[in-house]
Design a protein around this ligand. Structure first.
Ligand SMILES: [Zn+2]
Length: 164
């Protein structure tokens, strides 16, 4: 990589650090020509194709703001949203995709959101999966009940007693 100070064609890595979430690497570099030091951050590219066709980098903040609306009045904290956005990013990166539709991000949000808060999940799903009738809500709620029945112990059961 070119030195940003003198444009020398090479630079030397003097320190390399992986971020806490493991999704990026920060490198301290030094130019052998002028001695200038600078930092580069390396991340795997992940882009989102919006409905309008515009391509933009994946943003955890956008995931959080989309979910935040569905969580209004629910016992969901900003820290919960941050963890959810990280989970979504990790699950998307695990697929190896470097570019995906905004709709696929919506789908990737559904599962962790459901584990976080079922009411917020229903609100979010109603928008993302375009529920247009009471029957759509009924079948989504029925599915939640069925899954609760299957997992009588564990996190789901705790969520139920917390709601009671
Ligand atoms: Zn230089």
């Amino acid at each position: 990589m070119h030195c940003p100070f003198c444009r020398h064609a090479d630079s030397r890595v003097i320190d390399s650090r992986t971020s806490d979430d493991g999704l990026s690497i920060r490198r301290r570099r030094q130019c052998p020509e002028c001695g200038g030091r600078f930092t580069t951050i390396e991340t795997a590219s992940l882009n989102v194709i919006k409905r309008s066709g515009v391509i933009e980098p994946f943003s955890r903040e956008k995931v959080m703001s989309g979910v935040r609306k569905a969580c209004q009045g629910r016992p969901v904290t900003e820290a919960d949203l941050a963890v959810l956005a990280q989970t979504v990013e990790e699950s998307i990166r695990q697929t190896g995709a470097s570019q995906l539709d905004a709709n696929e991000i919506g789908l990737a949000i559904l599962k962790p959101l459901r584990a976080l808060d079922e009411v917020a999940y229903l609100r979010f799903a109603s928008v993302y999966q375009a529920f247009d009738s009471l029957e759509d809500f009924e079948s989504a709620i029925e599915q939640l009940r069925l899954d609760h029945g299957r997992a009588a112990v564990g996190a789901d059961a705790q969520a139920e007693s917390a709601e009671a």
